[in-house]
Design a protein around this ligand. Sequence first.
Ligand SMILES: [Fe+2]
Ligand SMILES: [Fe+2]
Length: 268
Amino acid sequence: MSDLFVARSLEEIRFWSRIMKEHSFFLRLGFRCEDTQLIYEATQFYAVFEEVERKSHAYGANTDPQTIGQFNMEVYTAVSHIWAFKRKVLGLILSCQLPGANNFPLLVDHISREANYFRNRLAELNAGQLEPLPDAIIDENVFFLKIMADHAKFIGHLLDPSERKLVDQARDFSHDFDQLVFQAIDLSSMRPQSQTVPLLSQFVDQNKVSVKSLRDFKKTARDLINDCRIKSIIHPLLADHVFREAEHFLVILDMFEQYLRGHDGSNS
Ligand SMILES: [Fe+2]
Ligand SMILES: [Fe+2]
């Protein structure tokens, strides 16, 4: 139990602290030269999460659970701060106080939702919830499907408009994932009756197929951007970032699949 707690905590922190570090970098890139205070704050957050990431790799399976519980709380506080920073930036953009800045409001909202998700995961881990619960299957899918739908939209908008074929593909993914989000919300609204193993299994399988194909599209885009073979204003690190988030969602879907396989025949 406590081994699993340490392992799960470190997995989550290793993945998400790198993500938070990169968000700080993307935010900084999007500010204007004169936004020195915001640039400073983003740079501070970068350093904070770089340190969290370093610590998460310094700890290991042998670290005692109490130290990890403490670490989870420290990270929780850091994530709360970056969440508040992202929401502040969103407020500035939406009230037109950063004209000409280069981050879409949806992107800033998106990265704040990711921070919120990470923060909740840390709280759940410290509360002893290590394994996916049937209830979490629908919620996690609603969350991640929306994340994937947003990614498709960002890619579509940050590719050069002359990359017509790729822009069309991104738009198709955006549409597919919007449909999947609505489908997940429908299933959520039919709870608890919809939480049968056959329905959840079908739901997870179907989402997995779509996420795999989006993951492959992101991988192709990432490689093309890295090789400077397509025109876009997508930073290579952003291309890799969204690819890794799709991979992470696939790991979670695999975990759900395994869980459901183990509970086949029951109704919850
Ligand atoms: Fe992200
Ligand atoms: Fe994302």
